[in-house]
Design a protein around this ligand. Structure first.
Ligand SMILES: [Zn+2]
Length: 73
């Protein structure tokens, strides 16, 4: 499963990374369940690994229901 519903909208891995990063990544991996609860609302959190630049790999975390997000930077 790759595309997931986030805040009521179907998103691709690239779009999910863009929501967290603010810019479209060069590449993004499949969306996974982060197996954690959102610290803001307690709902499910998704994770996606992506490359914002050729030298960097970041994992982003994004709540499916609210605007909370974080990265492993
Ligand atoms: Zn949340």
């Amino acid at each position: 499963m790759s595309n997931r519903v986030v805040e009521g909208r179907m998103v691709t891995p690239e779009r999910l990374a863009e929501l967290v990063e603010g810019e479209r990544p060069l590449e993004a991996e499949s969306i996974e369940d982060a197996e954690m609860a959102c610290p803001e609302c307690g709902e499910n959190v998704l994770s996606v690994g992506y490359m914002p630049s050729v030298t960097e790999f970041v994992t982003a975390y994004k709540c499916q229901e609210c605007s909370w997000s974080d990265t492993d930077r």
